[in-house]
Design a protein around this ligand. Structure first.
Ligand code: FES
Length: 587
């Protein structure tokens, strides 16, 4: 295939490397200086390997080896692989929250793809925010792209049982706080919790986003669930590299893949997998980049149709590794097929229906159930609205105590996470199992960055009484590995004078999931009076990226993207010749 467009269209990189003028000379020299001979790049599509490897992310620490397999595939197919780093967002080490930086990483990815001579790009990502950040950037750059996620980590084993990284930690931490576990046992849990690279092995946000990527059609079928240490992940990586070369030639862009039908399929996979509430935010942001009309109500509409099919923690029993052995996301989608948009195009070049044609149904019904006999009925992830959440809030009902899904109780209000830490285990705290724990000041602007603080811990004195779940309401997010009757992402958030700011301890709050309501049982006029007299907290950042974030982040119901990042960017290859070939700095 040549740069003249034979095989599908003109390659973007031809604008850099072809010609007899000085800029083309300089561009070619840049590659020669790296040791490439003309034959290494002449006539070959340039495939970027966008790698979020970092020693600051244990989940991604195998990505150099994974990228080498991608490189092998690109070379096999006749392309030129050029790897480049991106910002990396380590869920466990980065403070205050990776969500503060998702959009910054997305900008890094978008501008790197946009401004370099890349004909296609392989997005290598694995931890919670690296996947959506790379997707957002690639969607806006709109250069042919395919994603390779990192795969779930090998599960640890504790007390003879395979454990996830988050879900089991939250349970055992409650045991420790309730006096049911010793400090020594807790230390043993810590030692057992992280035996390998790879993302969290339950259906947390990273596993969810990997499945969602497959649902969107942005990776090869089967790529989501192969374990990080399994040889088959490296085989998939090479296949992704080969396919990227073909995508460059065919010029299949994300805008052709990321259609309304693709979003519906991704949401269906999210719901059938019992996936993370965080995926709701990321998909809303991605839709905004793609010009696709998507709002919270679409999630709720699909939730009424799609049951839980994957019996994976935190909504079920197993880990993602078992899902892989039961057939992975292709087998899950095979069960879902009657509810999917089968005509949606994917990066394979086939439609979803075409991809599923040869997929076998799972033979392990203990992990992947059928539509006729699901693990749990539909409505596992719902959107509630009402006087406390006019812009909506999200509840993962499949991971909550069913008895709490219709509940009315007095509020116990916390202003920010420091207030929780200071008071939650205070024996004098006026709280009962019927109370509704309200955490505010933790939304996109408030915290800022909307950390995963929404699953407020159960007060110690209630844990000791055997209470394991309570209704909680917050403008924060929660970990995809977490569970409970938690109304999250309340919009508008408290610090923007949303109704959450008007709640006082003792006010009655009612949650009615079947009727999709979340209400503060205080007269509207009183809420208005309280908000009129309310003073917002001081702004947290006055300079740098933090100030940019505060000025431009949207609310959770719009995906927390920056308002100026919606839509796509112009491709330099489409710009006037003089712009691209203008003399570069230093010449
Ligand atoms: Fe990286 Fe969970 S901490 S995937």
């Amino acid at each position: 295939m040549g740069r003249d467009g034979s095989g599908g269209g003109a390659l973007k990189s031809a604008r850099w490397f072809e010609g007899d003028d000085v800029p083309a000379f300089v561009h070619r020299t840049a590659l020669r200086a790296e040791g490439f001979a003309t034959a290494d790049f002449e006539g070959r599509p340039v495939v970027g390997i966008c790698n979020s490897w970092s020693e600051l992310i244990n989940c991604n620490v195998h990505f150099r080896a994974l990228a080498n397999s991608v490189r092998r595939g690109v070379l096999q197919a006749g392309g030129l692989p050029l790897e480049f780093p991106t910002m990396a967002l380590g869920e466990q080490l980065m403070k205050p929250t990776t969500m503060l930086y998702r959009n910054l990483m997305a900008m890094d990815v978008e501008e790197s793809i946009r401004s370099y001579p890349l004909d296609a790009v392989v997005l290598v990502a694995g931890c919670d925010k690296t996947v959506p950040a790379q997707l957002l950037g690639a969607a806006s750059a709109d250069v042919p792209a395919i994603m390779l996620t990192g795969g779930p980590a090998t599960p640890g084993v504790f007390r003879g049982r395979e454990i996830g990284v988050g879900t089991d930690l939250w349970e055992y931490t409650d045991d420790l706080r309730a006096g049911r576990m010793s400090r020594e046992e807790y230390d043993q849990l810590e030692a057992a919790s992280g035996p390998s690279a790879g993302h969290c092995p339950e259906m947390g946000t990273a596993s969810t986003m990997a499945a969602v990527v497959e649902g969107l059609g942005m990776t090869l079928p089967g790529a989501a669930a192969a374990p990080a240490v399994d040889a088959r992940r490296y085989q998939v990586a090479a296949a992704v590299g080969r396919r990227a070369v073909e995508l460059a030639s065919e010029v299949v862009r994300p805008s052709q893949i990321l259609t309304p039908a693709a979003f519906d399929n991704a949401i269906a996979v999210l719901l059938a997998a019992g996936g993370s509430t965080n995926a709701v935010i990321h998909l809303l942001a991605l839709a905004g980049r793609c010009g696709v009309e998507l709002d919270l109500d679409r999630f709720d509409q699909l939730s009424r149709r799609v049951p839980l099919l994957a019996d994976v923690r935190p909504s079920g029993q197993h880990l993602v590794e078992q899902l892989f052995h039961a057939g992975g996301v292709p087998a899950l989608m095979k069960e879902l097929e009657p509810l999917l948009e089968r005509e949606a195009l994917t990066v394979t070049g086939k439609t979803v229906g075409g991809n599923l044609a040869d997929v076998q149904r799972s033979s392990d019904r203990s992990v992947i159930a059928t539509l006729e006999q699901p693990v749990k009925p539909p409505e596992g992830l719902v959107v509630v609205r009402g006087s406390l959440a006019p812009g909506g809030a999200v509840i993962k009902a499949s991971a909550a105590d069913p008895d709490l899904l219709v509940h009315r109780g007095p509020a116990v209000v916390f202003d920010g996470i420091d207030d929780v830490i200071a008071r939650i285990d205070d024996p004098e705290l006026e709280v009962s199992a019927d109370s509704v724990l309200v955490l505010r000041g933790c939304g996109p602007v408030g915290a800022p960055g909307m950390p995963e603080w929404g699953a407020v811990p159960i007060p110690q004195k209630l844990l000791e009484q055997g209470v394991r779940d309570m209704v909680r309401v917050s403008d924060a997010r929660m970990s995809g590995t977490a569970y409970g009757a938690v109304a999250l992402h309340v919009a508008p958030e408290g610090v923007l004078a949303g109704p959450l700011a008007a709640v006082r301890s003792g006010d009655l709050i009612s949650l009615d999931v079947p009727n999709r309501r979340l209400d503060l049982e205080v007269p509207a006029a009183e809420i208005e009076t309280r908000l009129a007299g309310w003073t917002p907290p001081p702004r947290r950042f006055e300079r740098g990226y933090g100030a940019l974030f505060l000025d431009h982040v949207t609310q959770a119901d719009e995906g927390c993207d920056f308002d100026f990042l919606r839509g796509r960017s112009a491709d330099p290859a489409d710009e006037p010749y003089g712009v691209l070939h203008g003399m570069i700095g230093g010449w």
